[in-house]
Write a protein that binds this ligand. Structure first.
Ligand SMILES: [Zn+2]
Length: 111
């Protein structure tokens, strides 16, 4: 397991801006820019159905499914949405907790 907070390679800032770029027929891309020094930090491509936007609700999820080209029944979509949102929220809590433990351990080592 590896958990890291992305940093600007130029100024070490963690104050980064994620710019979501969406064009029809193309996979979604994210460009990461440093908010402090404006440097281009990273870019990545999001796999179909790979993007989960918390608190955006079912309609946003449906648009994501449509963009991915998947077809399935309404009932299956609804179930998939509930599983996805529960799963993503639980995974997020888990990552935040692991990060907290990791940062505490690093702090202890420095003391
Ligand atoms: Zn920077």
């Amino acid at each position: 397991m590896e958990i890291r907070i992305q940093k600007c390679q130029h100024c070490n800032s963690t104050n980064l801006k994620n710019i979501l770029y969406r064009e029809s027929g193309e996979p979604d891309r994210v460009y990461v820019q440093c908010h402090d020094c404006q440097t281009f930090v990273a870019s990545y491509v999001i796999s179909p159905m790979g993007y989960y936007h918390n608190e955006k609700g079912y309609e946003s999820f449906l648009r994501g499914v449509l963009r991915s080209g998947e077809f399935m029944s309404g009932r299956r979509l609804k179930r998939l949405f509930l599983e996805r949102s529960e799963g993503e929220k639980a995974a997020f809590e888990d990552v935040i907790e692991k990060l907290r433990i990791q940062e505490e351990k690093n702090k202890d080592e420095l003391d």
